[in-house]
Design a protein around this ligand. Sequence first.
Ligand SMILES: Nc1nc2c(ncn2[C@@H]2O[C@H](COP(=O)(O)OP(=O)(O)OP(=O)(O)O)[C@@H](O)[C@H]2O)c(=O)[nH]1
Ligand SMILES: [Mg+2]
Length: 403
Amino acid sequence: MIAALPEGDDLSELAELLHTAGVAVVGQQVQHLEKPHPNTYVGPGKLLEIKEQALALDANVIASDDELTPRQERNMEKELGIPVVDRTTVILDIFAGHANTAEGKLQVELAQLQYNLARMRGLWTHLERLGGGVGTRGPGESQIETDRRLARDRITALKRRLAEVKDSRATMRQERERAHLPQVALAGYTNAGKSTLLNALTGSDVGVRDRLFHTLDPTTRSLEIGGRRFLMTDTVGFIRKLPHGLVDAFGATLEETRLADLVLHVVDASADEDEIEAMLKAVDDVLDEIGAGERPRVLVLNKVDALDEDQRHALGFRHPDAVAVSAVTGEGLDELRQRIEEEFANSLRRIDILLPYAEGGRLAELHEAAADLEREDTPEGVRIRASVPPTVADRYAAFAAST
Ligand SMILES: Nc1nc2c(ncn2[C@@H]2O[C@H](COP(=O)(O)OP(=O)(O)OP(=O)(O)O)[C@@H](O)[C@H]2O)c(=O)[nH]1
Ligand SMILES: [Mg+2]
């Protein structure tokens, strides 16, 4: 059962989310308003209509496509007599069900707690009503306070644990950087085919399913292109109206994307044109938000096996710089590999440094990282000119030769 709002938003995605969360959708209602009603989200007339439909269809929960304020949620529940959940709650629920690793579970718990803390009063009113026997006045103000405090303590503890995990992730990353392997991150809307693409390119066996948010934990695999090894990371998918707490909570995971040498933005090209644009925008927004907006990026139009010639043409016309692929049939993958190689070559930076003999141990590192190293022994040290990845260039900035 769904109620939803403005701009002719269609509810199929919410239905998909509910389906993934194990809820069967029996009906839907849409009302176009300038702004959601502050008290009840939809207007009073609409609310009545929803109530009648819910009763007729024997619905036992109502889901809204937008985030509800605690007040809206409380008032709607009171009026409708059945629980009301919003999109954010549904997404958090899916994440909770799909989290596998310790880190993923911590991240989801943190996001849920943060979301619920804001609405704890609503929660209590709900419980109060359920328990409402004779003389029960429900938990008083002090109970709410205690509960809030417990939640806050838990949030602090979770954040500390996550910071530790982040540290160990940073250590792992340093090790990878030391190996000078360029990092490619797969980003994109949920269900775009990121994991399928990772499997196709790296010959691995990461879980793939036609459901939303199947992948929560980042997986890194290596692949070889033109004799050079790359690391490719598949991570959590994005969605429109992504709950804010989730972006926060998944910060450490999303860092993989923020620090990548190249971001492959994967989109499901078999969707409708409008849908594609909306998904692209949602992903761009999140990439900006996590500080990955400036990373070199290539748009990958996936699932082109599902398109006919005309559709392919139209798509190529709209996105001339994109690479069209099918992770399932393997079509376009060679072109994608080539593109990765090119982008990487373009990102190399010229360095001209004078490495003191005392630092000679680092020569091997440079030899490994550079495609075209030239060296010359001088009285002051080794003069080196080479093209290296930006991260390596940064590490040697202090040795810039003064010419
Ligand atoms: N027809 C077609 N289907 C594909 C292609 N690539 C992926 N799929 C299907 O799309 C669905 C989602 O694929 P995943 O690889 O799990 O997508 P994802 O982007 O990792 O999704 P999340 O982890 O949930 O964010 C699966 O049913 C895949 O089989 C493709 O090139 N063509
Ligand atoms: Mg996946």
